[in-house]
Design a protein around this ligand. Structure first.
Ligand code: NDP
Length: 434
């Protein structure tokens, strides 16, 4: 705490992983002797830089950019860039720390990193977004490379922003190094199914959890928070698997739709028009309504998929969900459930899939994008989605097997933390004092 003052999200993420590791270090005390945990609490490299840019009124604006290159023992640093006014160093460190173990769970050769800026893209013109991205990359490019550090998108960073970032990287380096960024457009080196991958993967994971206890998502009511990239494709996959999504949200409130969310309208409102969620209810009519400032977790459901942001689902919300009969919770976002909420779910026998396992489909598909770039190849949507499905089943299997091996069947939090940690720790030891 003294070494990292004020980084409460980072403390929370570290605490969450460390609280699982007691049985692991009891069985393998050399992790303690070799000080693996202390080493993991310190990122390999942290970069903080000024991002100056000019807005549409000719005013100079200043933001702060970050890249935390956390761990490269399994492969190049890999993790997204977040553009949001709430981004602080502690936010990026928490996300980078989580990313190390998540990436390990995918079984693919990728290390952990994360980055972003305290830039608010809301209400900014296309030209402003482009100039901001160009300025950010003018500093960041020197730290990147397909064998070094490969950023992707996250909150506030989608294909448009990756395009501007990639364009600037290409200009500065005079290299068409497609593998330096993932989340690219299909026409210029992107992978099919990457846009869908995190949301789809979360739902595959939730379905695997349900199947493991002899059930499935078919016919269940589902609440999804957010209406961004992860949320929209989670909704799509739930519908494809026969579930009914009854509510979703954005930071202004939530919509309830008893007929089930109309995905086409939602995509038009959020992806095309970039409007607020209230517009959905206004245009949908019927049994849909908008609730301003409420919590989406008040809506009864059997499956809850938090897909918006960190700490969005607290202990009270968890209790409400349990009272309404929730059976499965899978985290599409990073650390959306507070420690108190996780405690309520696990205590009350709700199947709980932590983000580092449940939302790993996005980064896994990014690693598949890197494979395609390296091979100058491009795979079909069906093939990529099939690989995604296999990877999510494999992550689920690793969590289940590790939890059982340590006598904690059904404990996905323990299974994910222990399996990810053991792989990273063993690689650290094999590589010497790194
Ligand atoms: P987007 O920016 O596309 O969407 C975020 C959504 O969450 C928006 O609808 C936003 O609403 C909403 N939101 C933000 N804050 C709140 C809040 N306090 N209450 C309710 N809604 C809120 O981001 P992504 O979908 O890409 O990311 C969502 C989460 O998933 C993040 O935690 C991210 O780190 C994680 N993740 C994303 C991956 C990816 O591939 N994209 C991969 C793995 C994890 P508004 O528009 O009003 O701000």
């Amino acid at each position: 705490l003294r070494r990292n003052p004020g980084e409460s999200e980072f403390h929370q993420a570290v605490q969450e992983v460390l609280s699982s590791l007691g049985p692991v270090v009891d069985r393998q005390p050399h992790y303690l002797a070799e000080r693996v945990i202390e080493r993991l609490c310190e990122p390999e490299r942290q970069i903080i830089f000024r991002v100056p840019w000019t807005d549409d009124h000719g005013q100079v604006q200043i933001n702060r950019g970050f890249r935390v290159e956390y761990s490269s023992v399994l492969g190049p640093y890999k993790g997204g860039l977040r553009f949001h006014p709430s981004v602080l160093l502690g936010t990026v460190k928490f996300l980078g720390f989580e990313q190390i173990f998540k990436n390990a769970l995918t079984g693919l050769p990728i290390g952990g990193g994360k980055g972003g800026a305290d830039f608010d893209p809301k209400g900014r013109s296309d030209g402003e977004i482009m100039r901001f991205c160009q300025s950010l990359m003018t500093e960041l490019y020197r730290h990147l490379g397909e064998y070094t550090d490969v950023p992707a998108g996250d909150v506030g960073v989608g294909t448009r922003e990756i395009g501007y970032l990639f364009g600037q990287y290409k200009r500065i380096t005079n290299r068409y190094e497609a593998g330096v960024l993932t989340g690219k457009g299909i026409a210029w080196g992107g992978a099919q199914a990457r846009t869908e991958a995190t949301g789809y993967g979360t739902v595959y994971f939730a379905d695997e959890m349900a199947k493991h206890v002899g059930s499935s998502l078919q016919g269940l009511d589902v609440v999804v928070s957010g209406s961004g990239n992860v949320a929209i494709y989670a909704i799509q996959k739930v519908q494809q698997l026969g579930g009914r999504v009854v509510a979703c949200s954005d930071s202004s409130g939530y919509v309830v739709d008893e007929d089930g969310i109309d995905l086409e309208l939602l995509q038009d409102v959020k992806e095309v028009r970039r409007a607020r969620i209230a517009t959905y209810a206004e245009e949908r009519g019927g049994k849909s309504r908008f609730v301003r400032d409420g919590s989406v977790w008040e809506v009864p459901c059997q499956v809850a998929l938090p897909c918006a942001t960190q700490n969005e689902l607290d202990e009270d919300a968890a209790r409400t969900l349990v009272e309404h009969g929730v059976q499965v919770v899978a985290e599409g976002a990073n650390m959306p459930c507070t420690p108190g909420a996780v405690h309520v779910f696990t205590d009350r026998g709700v199947l709980f899939g932590p983000g580092k396992a449940a939302n790993a489909g996005g980064v896994a598909t990014s690693a598949l994008e890197m494979q395609q770039n390296a091979a100058r190849d491009s795979w079909s949507f069906e093939h990529t989605e099939e690989r995604l499905g296999e990877i999510m089943r494999s992550i689920h299997g690793r969590c289940v097997d590790t939890a059982e091996d340590y006598g904690r069947p059904g404990d996905y939090v323990f299974g994910a933390n222990a399996a990810g940690f053991i792989q990273v720790a063993d690689a650290m030891l094999a590589l010497g004092v790194v």
